[in-house]
Design a protein around this ligand. Structure first.
Ligand SMILES: *[C@@H]1O[C@H](CO)[C@@H](O)[C@H](O)[C@H]1NC(C)=O
Length: 225
């Protein structure tokens, strides 16, 4: 009995520790906005405009940072500072991006999901996907520039459709992956960027649709010297 109580107490403490601290979260969000060089109040999660933030990030990818730094560097440095800020505060970092937390702290599920989706995509683009884009950044920047509206359309269609008709969610995930993959092609640019586009979108959808278990295929030709 005593052992059980001690066990429960330990689990209880763990659960309390593992919750996102909203005040710290907001402060780290502000840090993210500042590093991106965007208006804290217009784009932060606290202001509930994740789709606006998504566009703002595409804009930085296209046009670079305030001092004309490479867009990918600006976004990933800002994202990493936010993650660092959360972990410095000994909040379990990714608890703040957890859908359970976001849904109970948002006024609308759409807002919570599109924020969680964006953070999941950034985690990929600034993590496992970083070098694929970084090594081909001139191409990727031109793709974002030429396909800005198309890519934003892939995202807004998905967010709307998935919320209206979640039963068909996995179809919408596939549609979005195809949409991003198709958008990520450009004459003279490597086929791997199609994979980067597809995988970016797959990661975007994961917070709500991990169960769909979709795959992005790599269909590049060997182009060795
Ligand atoms: C990207 O597309 C969106 C939606 O069409 C538009 O509002 C925005 O101004 C565009 N951004 C750039 C940098 O072209």
């Amino acid at each position: 009995m005593l052992r059980k109580l001690v066990f429960l107490a330990v689990v209880g403490v763990f659960l309390v520790d593992a919750t996102c601290d909203t005040t710290i979260f907001v402060a780290c969000q502000d840090k993210f906005a500042d590093k991106l060089g965007i208006d804290r109040y217009a784009f932060c999660y606290s202001r509930l405009n994740p789709l606006g933030l998504t566009l703002q990030i595409q804009d930085i990818y296209i046009n670079g940072g305030v001092a004309a730094e490479r867009g990918l560097n600006v976004v990933c440095n800002a994202y990493n500072s936010m993650v660092q800020c959360l972990s410095d505060a000994s909040t379990t970092t990714f608890e703040c991006f957890d859908m359970g937390y976001l849904l109970t702290h948002s006024s609308a599920p759409n807002q919570a999901y599109s924020y969680g989706f964006l953070m999941s995509m950034l985690q990929y683009q600034c993590g496992a996907g970083f070098y694929l884009a970084s090594d081909n950044w001139q191409c990727m920047q031109r793709i974002y520039n030429g396909k800005n509206a198309t890519m934003y359309g892939c995202i807004t269609d998905f967010v709307l459709n998935a919320q209206e008709d979640p039963k068909r969610g996995c179809n919408y995930v596939q549609t979005g992956m195809d949409c991003f993959s198709k958008a990520s092609t450009l004459q003279g640019c490597p086929d791997e960027l199609k994979y980067y586009g597809c995988e970016s979108f797959r990661q975007y959808s994961l917070p709500q649709f991990a169960r769909c278990d979709k795959q992005c295929t790599i269909d590049t030709q060997y182009r060795g010297i």
